[in-house]
Design a protein. Structure first.
Length: 123
């Protein structure tokens, strides 16, 4: 019934799982050191001024990905069951938790908006 939204949700889950690996441009410290993934943050020398800041940031990305994915899986389950409202509720929380990284991640808000548009048309 909601095959396109199910596919988009599956893609969002896959993309979210890779946030910390694929990363995005992130700059840290007074010198503006670019550290664009968790892997890069973990390989910074112990003497790097931005090491802890970058590692903390990318670990927070990992935690946020886990949290948003939990709600994404709930949305996926709801869509498969044909419950668009329940899916919208789950995606609301996913897009809300993504907000600190939404400018870079651009994952859950577009999906939430698509589900809300579908819900407005059918229910």
């Amino acid at each position: 019934m909601y095959e396109a939204l199910i596919h988009q949700t599956e893609e969002a889950l896959a993309r979210t799982a890779g946030w910390a690996e694929t990363g995005w441009t992130a700059v840290f410290g007074p010198r503006g050191i670019a550290v664009n993934s968790l892997k890069e943050a973990m390989t910074l020398p112990r003497t790097s001024v931005s090491r802890l800041e970058a590692q903390n940031y990318w670990r927070q990305v990992v935690l946020t990905a886990e949290d948003t994915s939990a709600y994404g899986r709930k949305a996926l389950e709801a869509l498969r069951a044909g419950d668009i409202r329940k899916a919208a509720d789950a995606l609301y929380f996913a897009q809300y938790m993504e907000k600190p990284f939404a400018e870079y991640a651009e994952t859950w808000l577009p999906l939430y908006e698509a589900v809300m548009e579908e819900a407005a048309q059918c229910c």
